[in-house]
Design a protein around this ligand. Structure first.
Ligand code: FMN
Length: 322
């Protein structure tokens, strides 16, 4: 079959809701004359400091392609994902297959970075993940508190790296006046910051200011997130085969996150626990994750308070379809 342009646009719209590192949305889509879809990369959206090897970039591509496949399944279409060595992926769409129940949660999943509530409800929802082959779920409040401490410790090490901090800040949109507030990156709303907190964060993270605050022992407290992490009902350590291609990891990453949404749980990844060598090694040892596996991220999980949420910042189809 030949994929028509209207369906293609609808599939890209849904795929664009997929998670991506810092909300960089690096994945681009092209419908070829033969009806196949080429998946491409916008190289200007790489993170040379935070992600020099492109792991998170390719996890993001894999997530987006998984979103595309799930959206296609809802329309009675199956997607064969191929790799031609040139593009990120090449997709062939055909009729058939059954819709995956996770597809219904594509439009609902989002990163929730605020405090959680509803401990008992969340713990009940957690049961289904305990047998998972790539998740270790820590629910003991002492374990969660220890992970929170480790998270702040690792986070501070990374914040002290000036180029890393500058790159992260370049993806933050701390004011609604920022031209990309509703388009990409991490806006204050998505980071659960009030206007005052966002202005404060902009100041604290400035070169020189952060270092001065750090010298007097204040920087750590100002960027600490341990209280939010401790409000989580659980932290799920997501680990995959050490030799798995990051693109494939990304497909699974998205599915795991959608299954949290399906279970009524909200989540936020804490990637620094996996990216920081010291934290990753200590977690792999403490939780018995052998060398043949790699900790990809740690999700904090819980029930988010019910409230109306703003639309997620996303690029339009004119930018995504090339
Ligand atoms: C590889 C990867 C790593 C991520 N790491 C973090 C993280 O450490 N902290 C965080 O708050 N969000 C993290 N995220 C979530 C993204 O910031 C989020 O998906 C993006 O901002 C889009 O928002 P949405 O998930 O609400 O659609 C990560 C996402 C990906 C794909």
């Amino acid at each position: 079959m030949t994929l028509d342009s209207e369906t293609f646009r609808a599939l890209v719209t849904e795929a664009s809701l997929s998670p991506s590192v810092h909300n960089t949305q690096p994945t681009r889509w092209r419908l070829g004359p033969d009806g196949r879809v080429q998946v491409l990369e916008d190289e200007s959206r790489r993170l040379p400091v935070g992600d020099p090897e492109g792991r998170d970039l390719n996890v993001s591509h894999g997530s987006a392609v998984e979103g595309f496949c799930l959206a296609a399944g809802r329309r009675g279409l199956v997607v064969d994902v191929g790799h031609d060595g040139v593009h990120v992926a090449e997709l062939t769409v055909r009729l058939g297959g059954v819709s995956d129940p996770l597809a219904a949660f594509l439009t609902q999943r989002r990163t929730y970075r605020g405090k959680f509530e509803g401990g008992a409800v969340a713990h009940a929802a957690m049961a289904r993940f305990e047998q998972s082959e790539d998740l270790i779920v820590a629910q003991d409040p002492d374990h969660v508190a220890e992970l929170a401490r480790l998270y702040d410790e690792a986070g501070l090490r990374w914040f002290r790296n000036v180029p890393y901090r500058a790159e992260l800040v370049s993806w933050m949109r701390l004011s609604r006046r920022h031209p990309s507030w509703s388009l990409d990156g991490l806006n204050a709303e998505a980071m659960e910051m009030s206007g005052i907190e966002a202005t404060g964060a902009g100041l604290v993270l400035r070169p020189g200011v952060f270092e001065t605050l750090d010298r007097i022992g204040l920087a750590g407290a100002l960027v600490a997130e341990a209280a939010v992490v401790r409000s989580a009902s659980a932290v799920a350590l997501f680990h995959r085969p050490a030799n798995e291609a990051p693109f494939d990891t990304g497909r699974r990453f998205h599915r795991v996150w959608l299954s949290f949404t399906q279970a009524g749980l909200s989540a936020a990844p804490m990637a620094v626990l996996a990216d920081d060598t010291k934290a990753r090694e200590s977690l792999q040892a403490d939780f018995g994750i052998g060398g043949e596996r790699r900790l990809i991220t740690a999700f904090r999980l819980g029930v988010a308070p019910a409230r109306d949420l703003a639309a997620k910042p996303r690029l339009g189809l004119d930018a995504l379809i090339v």
